[in-house]
Design a protein around this ligand. Structure first.
Ligand SMILES: *Cc1c(COP(=O)(O)O)cnc(C)c1O
Length: 479
């Protein structure tokens, strides 16, 4: 058999393996702890001295890998913000790897396709898209670094500093504003960019989880009076805790007045704007200076795929562009290479899975999928509210339901302890998967709905599982 024949035959086997995996998944436990032997098989795998045929590797994947998923392909996975993979995206991954370009730049299909899908993403969420105004990244963590670096450099230049040349040392501190609900990736970016997490002010939020404008205004005034340089406000298009969407218009007004960069974290929630029922919450989103969002979340593009969108393309390029002689490219065109707009040099062909995912469902199909999940989330909110043993902790603004179990007669401390233990107990039972977090210092359960294959019956089952897990853990709990 030639190598090409061998590949073809293995590829057919691989297609069946993957199709079987996806087809069988809903009937399997959502997640199960790996048994020791299975875990050791992977952990202790010896470095192979001799190679093995493709067919044998596929058998090993089918036996040792595919049976132990994270759970996020399952209709009853409600944990964190991890979606089921879009089938079109799964297929695209194979073709993208077969081409294996570096999408740093140049005149090949992947580069042009990335320009197109970044424009599509901007169009889907209603963000302005000047040519070159964004790029795909590994996720929102990286997109945030990209956007905040541009914000930092613009602010420093306005203050007479060239950060690329001189660094930040000696400069008055640049100050950014976040809320208690802001994702940790913003702090990570601020630390990496030399801003110092101490210079991220935590602005108050209202009962709806929205950034409090009066508190923001006061904090900016205080910092200016102290000789610091306010430069950045981070707003959320869907917080990770409760899915709250900030009121962008008034924040954008204040940022314009104060000449601050408005960055919106839309990692989880930006695509919610596609649902006509909640689209009004996103008014003003397009006024931000930058938007980070994750096609690998609500759209179901297979991981990894984030996206950074910026209004000021020149600023982004001025922040990252370095073109040494060995990267000169006469065919690069006016926009240059993607590697001039971010941190990565060799870049994967992420665009094909984005193209496939969007092209397969179309804008309307994606909007219908997203609308279905927000409707399911509101329904879950109703089920929680109707059940006296549960308590809904936040209005369901997008597709995250923040709630807790509150059996009668428990002290506040006992309710916290119970809800702290519940996610792991639910997960271990294997019938549903949700995670927990702190909200205003109290333990909550959160269910994030991203999978249009989820049904109302699945929601009822989730709540029943929470109660069953509570009965199970009650036996183990000290009274
Ligand atoms: C997931 C998430 C992030 C981080 O994005 P990654 O793609 O995991 O790097 C940031 N903000 C919010 C709101 C998120 O949900």
């Amino acid at each position: 058999m030639t190598a090409a024949d061998d590949f073809r035959s293995a590829a057919h086997t691989a297609a069946d393996l993957v199709a079987d995996h996806l087809a069988e998944l809903p009937a399997r436990p959502v997640w199960q702890p790996m048994d020791d032997a299975a875990r050791r098989t992977l952990l202790d795998a010896p470095l192979p001295a001799a190679g093995r045929p493709l067919a044998e590797l596929l058998a090993a994947v089918g036996r040792d890998v595919l049976p132990y998923p994270m759970g996020n392909g399952h209709p009853r996975f409600f944990g964190w913000v991890n979606s089921a993979p879009a089938p079109a995206g799964v297929l695209a991954t194979l073709a993208a790897a077969a081409m294996n370009p570096s999408s740093a730049g140049g005149d090949h299909a992947d580069v042009h396709l990335e320009r197109a899908v970044v424009r599509w993403i901007a169009e889907l969420v209603g963000f302005p898209h000047p040519a070159g105004g964004g790029l795909l990244t590994s996720g929102t963590s990286m997109a945030t670094i990209v956007c905040l670096a541009a914000a930092r450099n613009r602010a420093a230049r306005a203050a007479g500093w060239d950060v690329r040349e001189d660094g930040l040392a000696g400069m008055p501190p640049l100050v950014g504003y976040v809320t208690g609900e802001t994702h940790s990736c913003v702090r990570k970016a601020a630390e990496l960019l030399g801003l110092g997490s101490r210079h991220l002010r935590t602005v108050a939020t209202g009962p709806d989880g929205h950034l409090d404008l009066a508190d923001l205004r006061a904090a900016i005034a205080r910092d200016r009076a102290a000789g610091l340089l306010p430069f950045l406000v981070v707003a959320s298009a869907g917080t990770v805790g409760t899915g709250a969407v900030d009121a962008f218009d008034p924040i954008a007004d204040l940022c314009a007045e104060e000449r601050l960069w408005l960055h919106v974290d839309g990692a989880y929630g930006a695509f919610g704007v596609l649902d006509p029922v909640i689209a009004h919450r996103y008014a003003g989103l397009g006024r931000a200076d930058s938007l980070a969002l994750d096609p690998h979340k609500w759209l179901g593009v297979p991981v990894d795929c984030g996206c950074a969108l910026v209004r000021d393309t020149a600023e982004l390029r001025a922040t990252f562009s370095l073109v040494p002689s060995y990267l000169r490219d006469e065919a690069a065109g006016e926009l240059g290479w993607f590697s001039e707009y971010g941190t990565e040099q060799t870049r994967p062909f992420r665009a094909l899975k984005v193209w496939a995912t969007i092209a397969h469902r179309g804008r309307d199909g994606l909007a219908a999928d997203i609308a279905r999940t927000t409707a399911l989330a509101r329904r879950l909110g109703e089920l929680v509210t109707a059940d006296p043993e549960f308590e809904l902790l936040a209005e369901v603004q997008t597709s995250i339901v923040a709630f807790r179990l509150r059996p009668a007669g428990l002290t506040e401390g006992a309710v916290d302890a119970l809800n702290r233990d519940l996610p792991a107990a639910v997960q271990r039972r294997g019938r549903a998967f949700l995670t927990g977090a702190l909200l205003h210092g109290h333990e909550m359960l959160r269910a994030c709905l991203l999978n249009p294959a989820t049904t109302e019956a699945d929601l009822a089952l989730l709540l029943a599982e929470v109660k069953a897990a509570a009965r199970e853990t009650a036996g183990e709990r000290p009274h």
